[in-house]
Write a protein that binds this ligand. Structure first.
Ligand SMILES: Cc1ncc(COP(=O)(O)O)c(C=O)c1O
Length: 391
């Protein structure tokens, strides 16, 4: 790999030069079935014609002005996002971590408005919220934090899925301003909380005047079978962050808020040079338009069930497969052993998968994947798992 790049990534030995739908091609012309979508980013597949068209048209008209001027596409995208989410106002960033930074700042403003001197945010074990200093502190993974101390103050951690731990904090702590949680933990291993978890957090936030802040960066934009995962339980947050699939590959994130939280930022309190520029907003508008007309959230629910039913049938009887967990097209196959090796084995076979939390095979396929491609994925992956586990 080139020496001119900082060594932040342990890269696989492959470079792609072309993508179309669910497929990628490498420099040698070898074709790969993409079951990871650039980690939940290209949910409409690669080079989606509507997104490509929107980008080309916008690039030939106006790419960037500045947030010191009005930006028509940003306004239109704000309207589209508030319409599909029922949230009220949007701040645009360039990444997921920055969207979470905005949420963290809102929590601190909320705390100070309520006379809390050192406001704290409840966060979860095994969570992932990003790599900036505040978001890596919020992240519940020591490997992400190690070496970057001193960490940021103002986070209290509890086990994911444990309502009683949050209730106990409501009794014992006076300085809490917000709860920040993923509806399903993605990087943490496709961890699905007990039913009613988000609804109970909603109630605790109401009872204690905390902001309920959902990180939907991986779960959002249709991935779990609804536009946003909280919609399955109708547990509407005060603040929600999204990124990843919002631009189908163009870097854009957003922090959405409603009620009092939507009024906390004032001119000068937050900003971003590139955030929500005409080009990225054109792409995101095309994404929302396409996802709406093609009913992508419903398709994601159906595709997720189809994949998991197929996998369950193919993997039946393999003791090393302890569990298959999924929320729509966010799929985790839990093995009883570390299985990072499978990523390279799959690559050799022309299949792109991911392993997270060491022993969880993670699938994040494009949400509009055809049933033929889904069958190819199920067959190919099941064969590999059998080989890997000697079955
Ligand atoms: C739930 C969640 N939050 C935040 C992030 C960080 O997003 P980004 O890498 O765009 O900063 C990620 C990225 O994987 C994520 O999955």
């Amino acid at each position: 790999m080139p020496q001119s790049l900082m060594a932040t990534y342990k890269r696989l030995d492959v470079t792609f030069t072309k993508g179309e739908g669910t497929w990628l091609w490498d420099k040698a012309g070898k074709r790969y079935l993409d079951a990871i979508s650039g980690i939940a980013v290209c949910s409409l597949g690669h080079a989606h014609p509507a997104v490509t068209r929107a980008l080309c048209e916008q690039a030939s008209t106006l790419v960037h002005t500045s947030n010191i001027y009005g930006i028509e596409n940003q306004q239109r995208l704000g309207d589209a996002l508030t319409a599909i989410s029922g949230m009220e106002r949007v701040f645009f960033s360039n990444s997921g971590a920055e969207a979470n930074e905005a949420a963290i700042k809102l929590a601190r403003l909320h705390g100070h408005h309520n006379n809390i001197k050192d406001p704290a945010i409840i966060v979860m074990q095994n969570s992932f919220h990003g790599r900036t200093l505040a978001t890596l502190t919020a992240t519940g993974n020591r490997r992400v934090q190690a070496g970057f101390e001193p960490l940021v103050k103002g986070f209290i951690r509890v086990p994911y899925g444990d309502i009683e731990a949050i209730q106990a904090l409501a009794q014992s702590s006076q300085n809490i301003a917000a709860v920040l949680v993923e509806p399903v933990q993605g990087e943490g291993g496709i961890n699905i909380p007990p039913g009613g978890y988000l609804g109970t957090i909603r109630k605790l936030c109401d009872d204690n005047n905390w902001l309920m802040m959902l990180d939907e960066i991986q779960t959002g934009m249709g991935r779990t079978g609804a536009w946003f995962a909280w919609q399955h339980e109708n547990a509407k947050p005060d603040v929600m962050t999204i990124a990843k699939a919002l631009g189908n590959g163009v870097p854009i994130g957003a922090c959405l808020a409603r009620g009092e939280a939507a009024e906390l930022f004032a001119p000068g309190s937050h900003g971003s040079t590139f955030g929500g520029n005409p080009l990225v907003c054109a792409a995101a508008l095309a994404v929302i338009d396409t996802m709406t007309t093609e009913e992508i959230p419903a398709k994601a629910a159906a595709l997720g069930s189809y994949l998991v039913t197929g996998l369950a049938a193919e993997l039946e009887g393999i003791d090393a497969v302890s569990e298959i967990r999924h929320a729509g097209c966010l799929v985790g196959i839990q093995l009883d052993r570390p299985c990072t090796e499978l990523v390279g084995m799959a690559l050799d076979q022309g299949l792109l998968i991911n392993v997270t939390a060491e022993s969880v095979i993670r699938l994040l396929p494009p949400l509009n994947m055809s049933s033929e491609d889904a069958d190819t994925l199920v067959q190919g992956l099941s064969r590999l798992i059998r080989e890997f586990t000697d079955n």
